[in-house]
Write a protein that binds this ligand. Sequence first.
Ligand SMILES: Cc1cc2nc3c(=O)[nH]c(=O)nc-3n(C[C@H](O)[C@H](O)[C@H](O)COP(=O)(O)O)c2cc1C
Length: 334
Amino acid sequence: MNLDLSTKYLGLKLANPLVCSSSSMCVSLDNIRQMEEAGAAAVVLHSLFEEQLTLESAGLDYSLSAGTESYVESLSYLVELTDYKLGPDGYLEHIRKAKQSVGIPIIASLNGATRGGWLNYAQSIQQAGADALELNLYHIPTDTSIRGADVEEQYLDVVRDVRSHVTIPIAVKLSPFFTSMAHMARESVTAGADALVLFNRFYQPDFDLENLDVVPRLHLSSSHELLLRLHWVAILYGNVAADLAVTGGVHSAADVIKSMMAGAKVAMMASVLFQHGIGYLTTIRDDMVRWMMDREYNSVRQMQGNMSLLASANPAAFERGNYMQTLRSHVRRR
Ligand SMILES: Cc1cc2nc3c(=O)[nH]c(=O)nc-3n(C[C@H](O)[C@H](O)[C@H](O)COP(=O)(O)O)c2cc1C
């Protein structure tokens, strides 16, 4: 049987839906080559951060400032950031080298939350040869005087700015913490996103009780985190004019297949590669092929969206109706 695993994401024709999510693993060209060999259809590079670009334009050395207390606090999630060692110029060089090293698309990543000169950098990223740009909107609004709508508008301004700087496709990586997720998704697309990447993981700092200190803590994900992503991809599929990507909790072929059925074009992975190594991508792809053949699927396209809200015979499963049922179905067993 001729099995077609191909998918289209951000206008790029991909051999399969397995994409390496943005992480410190992508700092190494060797890793990127291994990702391609193991079957990744595209790679999202680690992020270049607004803070890095802002510091550079202020004439400060990022690698020096990154070690300071206040910096680490404001960037608690970026446990490995100081190890990245790639400043803005190094990042552009990395894109060029990655493009020379592999045949699969290279998606660059910018990470920030406010408008400003740092966004001009999107242009340089395009010129360096990135096939697309992922924009990670990562911000924790702690100011009690700022309304949710204002935070959303600030994000959308960033998307609009980036859109005005580049012609390559843009993916926007969102967090799930919006009161009206569906509306924010639609507005992001109106602002210029060609794809939505669901969802960013927020990294909560932990308390060190010995030193009474707040310390960054990065836990790798488990498949359990996939459910939130499946839920929202299934809801948004067909309702926003953008490709959807899952990131967060994809650890197995079953997780990739579920992501496709919810309506995603690609399933991105980071934690599973840290846990089992890059070669595990091959296992996931082989398991996926076996599953599809056993059930006589011919293509990934055939699966995409077939469990979405639009396709569902039971929309209540995605909405409030099922909440009651879920709670009632949980009975205590002795
Ligand atoms: C060590 C590590 C570094 C990461 N670095 C970045 C980054 O630079 N930019 C970004 O957008 N996401 C980053 N992420 C988040 C991942 O891209 C991904 O969205 C998240 O880990 C959820 O996917 P997973 O469950 O497969 O790990 C990082 C994740 C890990 C574990």
